[in-house]
Design a protein around this ligand. Structure first.
Ligand code: SF4
Ligand code: SF4
Length: 365
C-alpha cells in the first residue's frame, strides 16, 4: 500500500496575541512535508530534475503560487543543482500558449520567472511543441505516445500540481499533469480526439490557409495525408469556413483511459522510481488551468499532498474533496462534471500498473 503524506491548509492559531508565527505558514509546512515524506530521496547529486507545473493561460488566477515552487526548488537544490521548472505547449498553433515563446510570456505574466521560482524555466517540448521521444506501447487506445523531450531526458520528475476539477478527465491531478502535461501536441490531440483531421471538399474555398500553417506538408490538393499529419490542430484553427472535420471531442471513460495510457508511457520513459508528486488541493476550481479564467473554489482549501505514487495521491485528494461540503456558490453542485469519469481514470491507471488506489494517509502538522 502506498503512502500519501498530507498537511492541512488550516492555520490553527491558539495564541492570537503572538502574531508573528512563521511556522504556521503553509510554505514552512511544505518544507516539513517534503522532508518527512522523503519523496525526493531518489534524487542523486548531478541528476537533472524537471519540476513540472502548469503556468495557466492568460487570465488564469488560481495556479500553484510561485512561492511554493521556489520552496520546492530550494529543497531539490539540497540534492542537485541541475533543476528546471517546466511546462509544455498547448494543443493548437495559433494561440499564445501554443509556442514556447508564448508559454514563457504567460508564465511571466502569471508570476513565474527564473527569479521568482529560483530555477530556469524551460519548455519541455521545444519552440513549436513537437520535440519528443516516441514511445510505442501495447495498450487499448494510445499505441504511440510522444513524450516531451525535456521530460524524457530528465533523471527525475517532480509533478507540482494544482488539484482541481477537469471538464474532460474529471479531476485535474497528478495523472493529468503527467499524462497530458508531459506529452507533445500530437499525443494531446490523440487524448482528446480519435480521428485524424479531414478536409470536407464541398465546404473548402481553397484559400490555402491550412496549407500555409501546416509544418509537415501534410496537405496536398486540399487533402490531408494521414501519414504526415502530426495532429497539431493548426489547420482546424485557421479554416474560416469550418471545412476541417476533426470528429467529436472525447469525454467520459474514453478520455480517462487515454490520459492513463499517456501517463504510463511518460512514467515508463523516465522510470517509475524517478517520480514524485505534490498535489495542492487549494483553490479547487471547477475548471482546468488551461482556461483563461478561474472560478471560485468548489470547497474550502484542503491542503498539500505528497507521494511517490501517482494513483494514490490523486485518489487521496479526490477522497478528501468528496468529504468536504460543497460551497453554496460552487459552479458544479453535483461535485464533478456529470459526464466525466474520474473513478475510471484511477482504476484504469491501477490496471496499467503505474500506481495503486489503496493508500496509507499520514498527516504532517
Ligand atoms: S483553410 Fe479551409 S477553406 Fe482554406 S484551403 Fe484549408 S480547408 Fe479549404
Ligand atoms: S494537417 Fe495535421 S499537421 Fe498539418 S496543420 Fe493540420 S493537424 Fe497539423
Amino acid at each position: 500500500m502506498a503512502e500519501v503524506f498530507f498537511t492541512p491548509a488550516d492555520v490553527d492559531v491558539v495564541e492570537p496575541e503572538k502574531w508573528y508565527q512563521p511556522e504556521k505558514s503553509l510554505v514552512f509546512r511544505l518544507e516539513r512535508l517534503i522532508d518527512e515524506s522523503g519523496i525526493l530521496d531518489n534524487i542523486s547529486s548531478g541528476d537533472v530534475v524537471a519540476v513540472k507545473t502548469h503556468f495557466g493561460d492568460v487570465g488564469t488566477t488560481k495556479t500553484v503560487r510561485s512561492l511554493f515552487i521556489r520552496k520546492i526548488v530550494e529543497k531539490i537544490k539540497e540534492r542537485t543543482d541541475r533543476i528546471f521548472v517546466t511546462e509544455t505547449t498547448g494543443l493548437g498553433m495559433t494561440r499564445k500558449r501554443n509556442t514556447a515563446i508564448g508559454r514563457i510570456e504567460i508564465a511571466e505574466e502569471n508570476g513565474y520567472t527564473s527569479q521568482t521560482v529560483g530555477a530556469p524555466i524551460i519548455v519541455a517540448d521545444g519552440i513549436l511543441g513537437f520535440d519528443s521521444v516516441k514511445v510505442v506501447q501495447n495498450v487499448k487506445h494510445l499505441k504511440e505516445v510522444y513524450v516531451a523531450r525535456g521530460i524524457a531526458e530528465s533523471d527525475f520528475v517532480l509533478a507540482v500540481t494544482h488539484f482541481k476539477l477537469h471538464m474532460r478527465g474529471g479531476i485535474g491531478g497528478s495523472l493529468k499533469n503527467i499524462g497530458v502535461g508531459c506529452v507533445t501536441k500530437t499525443t494531446k490531440y490523440d487524448i482528446h480526439l480519435s480521428s485524424t483531421p479531414q478536409i470536407e471538399r464541398e465546404r473548402c474555398t481553397e484559400c490555402m490557409k491550412c496549407v500555409e500553417i501546416c509544418m509537415f506538408n501534410a496537405i496536398e490538393d486540399f487533402r490531408i495525408i494521414e501519414e504526415r499529419c502530426m495532429r497539431c490542430l493548426g489547420c482546424y484553427e485557421v479554416c474560416e469556413v469550418q471545412a476541417i472535420n476533426i470528429g467529436k471531442w472525447l469525454s467520459g471513460e474514453d478520455i480517462a483511459e487515454r490520459i492513463a495510457e499517456s501517463a504510463k508511457a511518460v512514467i515508463e520513459t523516465v522510470g517509475k522510481d524517478n517520480f514524485a508528486y505534490l498535489n495542492f488541493a487549494i483553490d479547487i476550481t471547477p475548471h482546468c488551468d488551461c482556461h483563461p479564467y478561474s472560478g471560485i473554489s468548489q470547497v474550502s482549501d484542503i491542503g498539500i499532498f505528497a507521494s511517490n505514487d501517482i494513483v494514490s495521491i490523486d485518489k487521496a485528494c479526490f477522497d478528501a474533496y468528496l468529504r468536504e461540503n460543497i460551497s453554496p456558490r460552487a459552479l458544479v453542485k453535483e461535485r464533478i462534471w456529470e459526464w466525466t469519469k474520474p473513478e475510471r481514470l484511477l482504476s484504469y491507471s491501477e490496471e496499467l500498473g503505474i500506481g495503486e488506489r489503496r493508500y496509507n494517509a499520514k498527516e504532517v502538522t
